[in-house]
Design a protein around this ligand. Structure first.
Ligand code: EPS
Length: 390
């Protein structure tokens, strides 16, 4: 069995964004309406630009499926770009004045060109449509095992939500998040975040924020302490950091671990037999500062990943830059863009994090068919629950 993985192709204004996803077992029913609903959420949120009024992202599955179920071969997923105009030089003109913060300058230097257009088209966060689709497909598998991801916006422009997510509060918070135009599960914080975005738009500026994902129901033992490449926290950080505009990633308490003594960081271990039917297998913790990962492996607690998104680097007011043809000082180019894409990024993080958990899940329980995966999973849980019993 190949490891679960995917690659993407496509440019922001090319004909389509595609992904090749391989390593799923056969027999998995794909819930494409769920995948499309995640794509629609990714397009939304207050602060998005005009592009999202043009696109209506839906996924087409071009391979790997027979009568609605996977057959074990690679899936080819396609999301068509309605605003496909890469060959129209009048509508996608060359870009000679790189935007600070975007891929423009570094990419132009790397590819030895004074036209940043090809670089920015590929660097665009439009690619995250494909990444979201792959994560949502993977979640069709996780659901069979009671594993659910919940992502939301923690802060925008410094306006922070002070609510903790837990398995018990997740359903209520999800409802609140889905009613929020900033994808923040609290109406009052949503209003204040929206105001920050509205202000940035008036000021011809942009704003970033913090996004957070919790994954509930993971059994212990996903990931590995034996090989640095298999550490789940490292995989999650890689997936999160590779989302466009992410500049920092935290697991659990994250940067907070540096400020406290060990006794205030580590999560005391207890055993409660009444909880042995849950993902913790009965090993309850007083807190979850570890964010569900110890030694690079899940410990049965919810996985918590947080990421910091910088403000979008296309500013209507421009930024000091240089014309690459003349090397004269100029304001950076303005391209149609978003004022704030933090809500969208929260959907991307939720799905890419779920994808990494699915990959680790299949590393441990993988088989050619979904039934084999289920048997391996159940065998493991039975063995783990019998630990310590005479
Ligand atoms: C992006 C610029 C904007 C965003 C885009 C990312 O696109 P456009 O230049 O076409 O208006 O909307 O994101 C998406 C298209 C998307 O689907 O997320 C950029 O420069 O990275």
């Amino acid at each position: 069995m190949a490891r679960l993985e995917y690659t993407t192709a496509g440019e922001s204004h090319g004909p389509a964004i595609v992904a090749i996803l391989s390593g799923l077992p056969s027999g998995l029913e794909l819930d494409l309406s769920f995948v499309d609903s995640e794509l629609a959420r990714r397009q939304g949120g207050y602060g998005r630009g005009a592009r999202q009024k043009i696109e209506q992202d839906t996924v087409e599955v071009l391979s790997g499926v027979y009568r609605g179920r996977t057959i074990g071969s690679p899936l080819c997923l396609r999301i068509v770009n309605r605003d496909a105009r890469l060959d129209d030089a009048t509508r996608t003109p060359p870009v000679h004045r790189p935007r600070p913060g975007h891929a423009d300058l570094a990419g132009a230097l790397k590819y030895l060109t004074t036209d940043c257009r090809p670089v920015l088209e590929r660097a665009s966060a439009r690619e995250t449509a494909a990444r979201t689709a792959c994560g949502a497909v993977a979640r069709c598998l996780l659901r069979h095992f009671g594993i659910e991801a919940f992502g939301f916006v923690r802060s925008i422009g410094g306006v922070q939500l002070n609510v903790e997510a837990s398995p018990a509060s997740a359903a209520r918070l999800k409802q609140a998040r889905d009613a929020s135009e900033t994808y923040c599960p609290d109406p009052e914080t949503t209003l204040r975040q929206s105001e920050v975005i509205r202000r940035a738009k008036i000021d011809k500026d942009t704003v970033g924020g913090m996004i957070e994902t919790h994954i509930f129901g993971c059994p212990p033992g996903l990931g590995s302490c034996m090989d640095w490449r298999e550490r789940l926290d490292a995989r999650l950080a890689y997936a999160a950091m590779s989302i466009q505009a992410i500049k920092a990633v935290e697991i659990g308490l994250g940067c907070g671990v540096a400020e406290r003594p060990g006794s205030k960081v580590h999560d005391p271990i207890r055993f409660d037999a009444s909880q042995s039917g849950t993902a913790s297998l009965g090993f309850t913790r007083d807190s979850n500062h570890a964010g569900g990962v110890e030694g690079g492996m899940t410990n049965g607690q919810p996985i918590v990943v947080r990421a910091a998104m910088k403000p979008i680097s296309t500013l209507l007011q421009g930024m000091p830059s240089v014309d690459l043809r003349t090397l004269e000082a100029e304001q950076s180019t303005y391209e149609r863009s978003d004022v704030c894409a933090v809500p969208a990024a929260s959907v991307v993080l939720e799905n890419v994090a779920a994808f990494e958990v699915t990959a680790a899940f299949l590393d441990k329980f993988g088989g050619d068919t979904l039934d084999e995966v289920r048997s391996a999973y159940e065998r493991f849980l039975a063995a783990a629950r019998s630990l310590g019993t005479p």
